[in-house]
Design a protein around this ligand. Structure first.
Ligand SMILES: [Zn+2]
Length: 114
């Protein structure tokens, strides 16, 4: 699943209106080298959003919600950025008022709060 996330957490960490995400099961994430740093933050939903980032440059690599088994991969960290093609918006109501949303995309159903 490829989407733009407009949650306030993604805005804060990315410095952009939305965050380009590959949403995948955590079990499908395979680390081939290195060991990312980890920072756990309580999300607006009350769940723990566990961020993984590079200890050399600070780039956010992915975040994961362990209890849901989901990972949100930073789509623009991959070598071929042209492969990312969002089909959905997540939480578009949280987008800044100056942001021009692609309204042709479906709206991803919000993940229920705890
Ligand atoms: Zn988000």
């Amino acid at each position: 699943m490829q989407f733009f996330c407009f949650c306030t957490d993604c805005q804060t960490i990315s410095g952009a209106a939305g965050y380009a995400v590959y949403g995948v099961p955590i079990a499908s994430v395979e680390l081939t080298k290195g060991q990312p740093c980890q920072f756990d933050k309580q999300a607006d939903s009350g769940r723990i959003n566990s961020r993984r980032f590079c200890d050399k440059c600070g780039t956010r690599l992915w975040a994961q919600l362990d209890e849901l088994g989901l990972a949100s991969i930073n789509a623009l960290t991959l070598d071929d950025k042209s492969l990312f093609w969002a089909t959905q918006n997540h939480l578009p109501e949280s987008a800044p008022s100056w942001c021009t949303l692609n309204r042709t995309l479906e709206t991803l159903a919000p993940i229920p709060r705890e």
